[in-house]
Design a binder for this molecule. Structure first.
Ligand code: FES
Length: 183
């Protein structure tokens, strides 16, 4: 019997790359990607895959994007392009508290810009940024769907209705208090 030819090194390399990509993602997401790859246009499932990864980790790191690219067999440039194009994908870790300030029409006419300015001043960050202690991230929303309560600020899942600029330090102080060690 003829001795078997050694596998091409590219195959060996793919094995290593695949193993590293699998290690970067949880098993259920690896399996979801494998299912997507069986379908006619795997790249059409890219957004769904990225949503799953972000739901699990809070943001899309370079390592995770690379793993998605390898396992879904979609070029890295395309994966990064989609992740950066859509505003709902985050490429940096978000703070423990995500503050969404509604800048939609109903909230804007009731002063949401002043609230935004006060929050920016208090936290020392702008929209799309996170405080250096990792506690707060700031985001401008277009409409949070509670226009009757305008102006609205949402902290994670909690809605703060009829917010005034003077309430901002109170809201932030309460959140910071939650973090303070008990006496
Ligand atoms: S415009 Fe602010 S909740 Fe709709």
């Amino acid at each position: 019997m003829e001795p078997q030819a050694p596998r091409p090194s590219s195959t060996d390399n793919w094995g290593r790359v695949e193993a590293a990509a699998k290690a970067a993602l949880p098993l259920d997401i690896v399996e979801f990607i494998a299912e997507c790859r069986q379908k006619p246009h795997p790249e059409s499932h890219l957004i769904a895959v990225l949503h799953k990864v972000q739901e699990r980790f809070g943001y899309l790191s370079v390592e995770k994007l690379d793993a998605v690219s390898q396992l879904l067999q979609v070029p890295a440039a395309k994966v990064t392009g989609v992740a950066t194009f859509y505003h709902f994908f985050r490429l940096k870790p978000r703070g423990k508290y995500m503050i969404n300030i509604c800048m939609g029409t109903a909230c804007y006419v009731k002063g949401s810009e002043k609230i935004a300015n006060r929050i920016k001043e208090e936290l020392g960050i702008d929209f799309g940024q996170t405080t250096t202690d990792g506690q707060f991230s700031l985001n401008a929303a277009l409409c949070l769907g509670t226009c009757g309560l305008a102006p609205v600020v949402m902290v994670n899942d909690e809605v703060h209705p009829n917010v005034t600029p003077d309430q901002v330090p109170v809201i932030l102080a309460k959140l910071r208090q939650k973090e303070a060690p008990a006496d």
